[in-house]
Design a protein. Structure first.
Length: 218
């Protein structure tokens, strides 16, 4: 969590909104999807690793080669055990708009509306869609999405952070030298997690928030 000083009315309103969404029953026609992104530094080996042998693990040299960075988009539907990932070069307005369009047109094409929890990064707003697609297409996509923004400095309210931590532990928390390998590894990890229908059991409620944080309310 962050260093708490004061929590104002706007913060509480957004927090209560998101905590209320987590408490609602599962609705496949109005899926609750948490979205976040993570930069990944691409690192190559300066020297060839020593392979695994009986009684000795694979060993890597401490020196590495920097091969730039990539971005990983993560969308996770906590109650359905479904996640969608995409690797991009950057995380621009266009990248965000294209990822959300993919959610609307492919991954959740049968939904009436996607309720999307995300942070208030400057790329995560309606202008990204108008700048990328133009008015008609932007309005078509936005008509299928209901945005719910986490309060400033409260990204912990976004369950996509939990899934990113799992991804790091199981897949991406190691040296990966190029974007193609990263995309291939994440695709395989995503497929396995979805087949296992791994869900996130969110238990922190509005009552918990009031009990723990009310002394900071203003």
């Amino acid at each position: 969590m962050w260093c708490i000083q004061e929590i104002d009315a706007e913060f509480r309103e957004r927090m209560y909104d998101i905590l209320g969404l987590y408490q609602e029953p599962y609705d496949p026609k109005k899926p609750l999807v948490c979205l976040d992104e993570k930069p990944k530094q691409l690192l190559g080996e300066k020297r060839k690793p020593i392979p695994l042998s009986p009684g000795s693990p694979e060993r890597y040299d401490y020196e590495y080669v920097r091969n730039g960075t990539a971005n990983i988009f993560m969308a996770v539907e906590v109650k359905a055990g479904k996640r969608v990932t995409m690797v991009t070069d950057r995380r621009t307005k266009r990248d965000f708009a294209l990822f959300v369009k993919k959610l609307v047109d492919k991954d959740y094409s049968g939904a009436d509306e996607i309720r999307l929890i995300t942070d208030n990064l400057n790329t995560h707003f309606e202008s990204s869609f108008y700048d990328t697609f133009g008015k008609k297409e932007a309005e078509r996509i936005l008509s299928k999405v209901e945005f719910h923004y986490t309060p400033k400095h409260a990204s912990w309210l976004n369950a996509a952070e939990i899934e990113i931590n799992v991804m790091d532990a199981e897949c991406t928390g190691r040296r990966i030298e190029d974007k193609e390998t990263l995309a291939r590894e994440i695709t395989a990890w995503t497929k396995r997690r979805n087949q296992q229908k791994k869900k996130i059991d969110w238990r922190f409620t509005q009552q918990d928030a009031d009990r723990k944080l009310s002394k900071y309310y203003v």
